[in-house]
Design a protein around this ligand. Structure first.
Ligand code: BGC
Ligand code: NOJ
Length: 808
């Protein structure tokens, strides 16, 4: 069952009913100011850091769901409603929500009034713009009242939810005509405030929540709205809000548009005040001046559209399969951009107060993002590398505002360092910018301890070699990619964090997954070493990789599949000898991606085992059998009820590893079948089962052991976005930037007969036409009319157009 439809020409998903199976959200903002907005107008926004610079308050896990947002209430002769249906939930005659690229447009109509609210963050702007249009669709003249509403967060979202001793007494605002200034804590150390304004004279306002709502009312029945009368309240402590009231007279057929701006403003520390106690409003006025007219707003929206058109032109496919095309051309890269910007900080499943940017996460996000804006990828790589420690280990997370490693979580996830090599290699392949390796980057943000970026990669690589266990496999540390495989944790205390608790410190628990990752990154690392003039290091790296490959085949192979790990006691994890958790997905995908066991047939065996033991109707589950009970020696993985999350859930992040692995052994039909099982556009028709947005991936779909098999959780901020883009664009459709040229080698099986791809890379354009006979063998290429050997097309100079005929 569907709840809307894709509008591919408009690059929108059109939600047709507010009663979606869960709030379906979108992200606003492309650079520094971001908002989350649901299809009813719920959500919040922040400047750079969802925890430390939160503008709006939001109530996670509330009842009803999705409470708090930027609401517009229409009061029409005693009848009142909200165009997004919630929070008032008055029935609408018409409802539609268009989820677009960095904007959302909600339209509601009731009893002859149509209200359309467009939410977006203009480029280069630290503010949301809400363009609100009211139209009289009836035959009679109407006088309606429009109320805006936002509730301010007192900046630090964690403190805001916990420190009521202080917080109920510090709220402060200023009201100046149609503009509300939220200035809590500005009197002391902050030099920033929020501004909320409308480009029309107001008939009233409120800035105190209780005055607007009434103490006993929720957002569905604010007393100012039900009575049609603002209180003109000026907040003093308690909960500051921003609400404007507009009186709008509309002749039949007439429409009027208002522009609301909700922004973040900073003053230089020495210029905070206009006069004692009065904030310096100059920068706010400059901001508002840019959005005074509808024409200005429309121009900003047009610029945002152009921005996306340009970005999405880097890789486009025409395959005849609309679902495939819309994933590759629109929604998957869009999600990659959002994950790049926000890592795992703020979604409807991440509160914005728990995690900043992940070291592992952000590096993987780069894999799907580098082609969109390589310059921003470059900056990100340098930021991430600056949080690495001198011994090559890495802080697991850092705060986007401070760009400092997060001490509360610390380090010790032994896969982390290697992802820096993957992310950097992907960037250099896309851009050709080997110069980045010569950049000077500090360790742990300490300007006294610096090295080249290449030296950082070297420490990453050698960190693994300095931390090998009894079998010669990499030590796992706190965990590897699977944050829940906590082999040194041994936690018996309720509530203890599985990720930061280490009750045993033995150097015994080893990860076959990290071994696979190591072998996978080694060729890239060696090539970068060579290109930087370190031929000896390149050779050494290749030798280490060959040795590790041997070790995996010797100690990491279980007979029919790759083992997952050795625990603290040296016992096997992910072996036929185990009672539960006999096979886990991660090493099957990654080891084959690294080429391990391809020549010997073990790769094929491992992937057959995945098919036979882990595959379900909704994707590949993480492990089988699911752990039935808590194992203190395994940690969080065994804490989940069977079928959920890391305990046999379908982790959409690692499914693409298996897809890529299938292409490594030439089974394109398998790869594409697996792709379609989890790609949201293909799951749209079972939205009542899947429940989350049909336009973006979720981290997890409940596995076959779960009560709610097929139900997704944790949409939007997941490495799933980047990895599925890599799988489909580089391996299945088969156009992949390498250091020396563009690799063209599709492997998609017989279902898609042929397709064309337009790829822009390093300033040149590649027009690729694929005739697909699904041979499972390397493709044959004719480049600019000449047959060539192999599948690598050397990079053409910027401005060139290269035509490639490909038989696959
Ligand atoms: C989740 C993991 C996540 C980890 C770290 C666990 O509870 O299951 O998916 O990576 O927390 O936040
Ligand atoms: C989500 C985390 O963000 C990611 O880093 C981790 O690899 C997966 N969960 C698996 O545990």
């Amino acid at each position: 069952m569907r709840f809307g439809h894709f509008d591919d020409a408009g690059r929108e998903y059109v939600i047709e009913t507010p009663r979606t199976p869960y709030p379906w959200i979108n992200y606003l903002g492309t650079e520094e100011f971001f908002g989350l907005v649901s299809h009813t107008g719920g959500g919040y926004c922040f400047y750079r850091d969802a925890r430390l610079r939160r503008l709006l308050r939001y109530r996670y896990n509330n009842v009803p769901t999705d409470v708090g947002g930027r609401y517009y209430y229409v009061h029409d002769g005693g009848d009142y409603w909200t165009p997004g249906w919630a929070p008032v939930k008055r029935e609408l005659d018409r409802y539609e929500c268009r989820v677009g690229l960095s904007y959302t447009k909600v339209t509601g109509e009731r009893k002859g009034i149509r209200a359309e609210v467009l939410y977006f963050v203009p480029l280069g702007t630290n503010a949301e713009v809400h363009r609100v249009t009211l139209k009289n669709t009836s035959k009679a003249a109407k006088s309606v009242k429009l109320f805006s509403f936002v509730e301010f967060c007192l900046w630090d979202a964690w403190d805001d939810q916990t420190n009521y001793q202080r917080n109920l007494s510090i709220g402060e605002v200023e009201v100046d005509g149609s503009t509300i200034y939220h200035k809590t804590e500005y009197r002391e150390r902050r030099n920033h405030y929020a501004v909320h304004s409308v480009n029309a004279a107001v008939a009233g306002f409120d800035t105190d929540r209780e005055s607007f709502l009434g103490l006993w009312n929720g957002f569905g029945e604010p007393q100012a709205v039900t009575e049609g009368r603002s209180r003109n309240s000026v907040a003093s402590g308690w909960q500051p809000i921003g609400s404007h009231q507009l009186a709008v007279d509309l002749a039949p057929g007439e429409e009027r548009t208002f522009v609301f701006v909700l922004g973040y403003v900073e003053n230089p520390v020495g210029e905070k005040w206009e006069k004692p106690g009065v904030v310096n409003k100059k920068p706010a006025r400059q901001l508002l001046a840019r959005f005074q007219t509808t024409a200005q707003v429309d121009a900003a929206l047009g610029a945002l559209r152009d921005y996306w058109t340009e970005m999405l032109s880097k890789y486009t496919v025409k395959s005849g399969d609309a679902r495939l095309d819309r994933m590759v051309n629109i929604w998957n890269p869009y999600q990659c951009m959002v994950t790049f910007n926000l890592s795992r900080s703020a979604s409807y499943f991440e509160t914005g107060i728990g995690r900043g940017m992940g070291f592992r996460d952000s590096n993987q996000d780069l894999l799907g993002f580098v082609h969109l804006v390589p310059a921003r990828a470059r900056e990100r790589i340098l930021d991430i590398a600056a949080t690495q420690k001198a011994d090559g280990s890495a802080y697991h997370q850092y705060q986007p505002l401070t760009k400092r490693g997060n001490d509360a979580v610390g380090s010790g996830f032994n896969d982390d360092p290697l992802w820096l090599i993957s992310g950097t290699a992907a960037y250099i392949k896309e851009s050709g910018d080997l110069g980045i390796l010569k950049e000077t980057v500090p360790f742990d943000n300490d300007p006294r301890d610096t090295a080249t970026l290449f030296e950082h990669l070297k420490r990453s690589f050698h960190h693994v070699l300095h931390n090998l266990g009894p079998h010669g496999l990499p030590l796992i540390g706190r965990a590897d990619w699977n944050d829940c495989l906590n082999l040194n944790c041994f936690s018996e205390t309720p509530g203890e964090s599985f990720q930061t608790t280490g009750n045993r410190t033995g150097r015994t628990a080893e990860s076959v997954f990290i071994a696979g990752l190591f072998v996978h990154v080694a060729p890239d690392y060696a090539a970068l070493a060579e290109a930087t003039g370190f031929a000896d290091e390149a050779k050494a790296a290749r030798d280490h990789a060959a040795r590790m490959e041997k070790t995996v085949l010797e100690h990491g192979w279980d007979g029919e599949w790759f083992l997952r790990a050795y625990d603290f006691f040296g016992r096997k994890i992910g072996s036929k000898e185990c009672e539960d958790g006999q096979i886990l997905i991660e090493p099957q995908g990654y080891c084959v991606m690294a080429g391990i066991g391809v020549a010997t047939g073990q790769a094929r065996k491992a992937l057959d085992s995945v098919r036979d033991r882990l595959e379900s109707a909704h994707g590949i589950v993480l492990n089988q059998p699911a752990y039935q009970a808590y194992h203190v020696e395994l940690g969080e993985i065994s804490s989940y009820p069977p079928g959920y999350k890391e305990n046999a859930g379908i982790f959409c992040h690692n499914n693409p590893w298996v897809m890529i692995a299938e292409t490594v052994i030439g089974r394109g039909d398998r790869a594409f079948a697996l792709y379609k099982k989890i790609a949201p556009a293909y799951r749209e028709e079972i939205s009542e089962v899947h429940r989350l947005e049909p336009y973006v991936y979720a981290q997890m779909i409940a596995g076959k052991d779960a009560v709610r098999h097929g139900e997704a959780k944790n949409s939007w901020l997941t490495g799933t976005a980047a990895w599925n883009f890599v799988a489909i664009s580089q391996h299945i459709l088969g156009v992949k930037p390498e250091l020396e040229g563009l690799r063209v080698n599709p492997c998609i099986g017989a279902e898609v007969e042929g397709f064309t791809i337009l790829r822009r890379c390093r300033g040149a354009e590649y027009r690729i036409r694929v005739t697909n006979e699904a041979t499972g063998k390397p493709a044959r290429l004719v480049v600019d009319g000449k047959p060539v050997d192999g599948t690598l097309v050397p990079y053409a100079p910027a401005g060139a157009v290269v035509t490639i005929e490909c038989e696959a």
